[in-house]
Write a protein of this length. Structure first.
Length: 136
């Protein structure tokens, strides 16, 4: 697996607009994209900090994964995402090593990325996302 950099840090929030306001007015960051990812039941907002992004995630469904995360743990860091040069190859390597995956195949994510998640049980309790530029 070839990890090139931290792609983004995902933060679960209850209210996207209020959270954007904090990041823009208090932290002086600029939201450069808001996107709804319908099949994941989320709205996202992105901020660039150096080479790394911060992704705010608001649930669009009370039964969606972000809503359930907030109900269980409250708002806060949801996942860390690493950019990889070949997502399919990376997933194959992880499968060969017996790593528990949430996604065994790449799927579409925000910002036209291909994504897949490693189960937190396999990654020290951290939900870990692998990302690759491009569309499936």
């Amino acid at each position: 697996m070839n990890i090139t950099h931290i792609e983004h840090i995902g933060i679960a929030v209850k209210n996207l607009e209020e959270s954007i306001k904090f990041y823009e007015e208090i932290l002086a960051l600029k939201c450069y994209e808001i996107e709804e990812v319908k099949d994941q039941n989320v709205r996202t907002a992105f901020f660039l900090v150096g080479q790394t992004k911060v992704e705010l995630l608001e649930s669009t469904d009370s039964e969606g994964p972000i809503s359930k995360f907030i109900q269980k743990r409250g708002e806060g860091i949801h996942h860390i995402a690493y950019a990889v040069s070949d997502l399919t190859q990376s997933l194959d390597e992880l499968k060969q090593k017996g790593i528990q995956l949430i996604d065994s195949e790449p799927r579409p994510g925000a910002e036209r990325m291909n994504i897949a998640f490693i189960h937190p049980k396999a990654a020290g309790g951290v939900l870990t996302e692998l990302c690759e530029d491009g569309e499936i």
